[in-house]
Write a protein that binds this ligand. Structure first.
Ligand SMILES: C[S@@+](CC[C@H](N)C(=O)[O-])C[C@H]1O[C@@H](n2cnc3c(N)ncnc32)[C@H](O)[C@@H]1O
Length: 177
């Protein structure tokens, strides 16, 4: 059954952040640069909130929306009506592409326990999929240890202003070896 958020988006029970925008994603969306442009991927796109904010940038030419959960992707198809968007029911950790930017709020649970390995696999996928001048924009819960993975995958890692719960990163110059 569809659930309509107060802000007009639809979700379904069982998807991530049902009925409301996730606070970490809202923080990341507000931090995205105005000049975001070119071909972009939203890895682990959920019901499409970040995707809709990415597509508010007119210079974005294409957005690949990659999500492993069928029902979340179904919601994203309702929430993101834009000819630049392509929807992929797929595992982001093995995704391939060639992007100017990758945006993500990576999953950190495979069961009841936190599992930073999944987030690290997303970071590695971003490295693989980015053009040499491409940028990764990532938000994570403060306690998740992604710094080492980011530094292993990218020559330049900047922590952007976050808040007490979430940290934000801009990583660029993906390492090729
Ligand atoms: C923390 S949520 C963020 C969702 C969305 N970006 C948002 O802003 O609301 C992570 C998302 O990653 C998805 N996910 C988990 N494992 C995945 C995988 N291997 N490949 C693609 N998506 C995955 C989950 O279903 C979930 O929707």
């Amino acid at each position: 059954m569809w659930i309509r958020n107060f802000d007009g988006f639809v979700t379904k029970s069982g998807v991530f952040s049902v009925g409301a925008v996730d606070q970490a994603s809202a923080l990341l969306a507000d931090a995205l640069p105005e000049h975001l442009s070119g071909d972009v991927a939203d890895l682990g796109a959920g019901w499409g909130y970040l995707s809709s904010r990415i597509l508010s940038r007119e210079a974005v030419t294409k957005l690949d929306i990659v999500e492993a959960d069928f029902f979340s992707l179904d919601c994203a198809k309702q929430n993101v009506i834009d000819p630049r968007a392509a929807f992929h029911w797929a595992d982001a950790t093995v995704w391939n592409g060639s992007y100017d930017a990758v945006v993500m709020n990576p999953p950190f649970h495979t069961s009841r326990d936190g599992d930073p390995e999944l987030g690290r696999a997303f970071i590695s996928a971003a490295k693989r999929c980015l053009k040499s001048k491409g940028s990764l924009y990532l938000v994570a819960n403060r306690h998740l240890p992604y710094e080492t993975a980011l530094e292993q995958c990218f020559a330049k890692v900047l922590e952007l202003p976050g808040n007490s719960r979430f940290k934000l990163f801009h990583a660029s110059r993906p390492k090729r070896k």
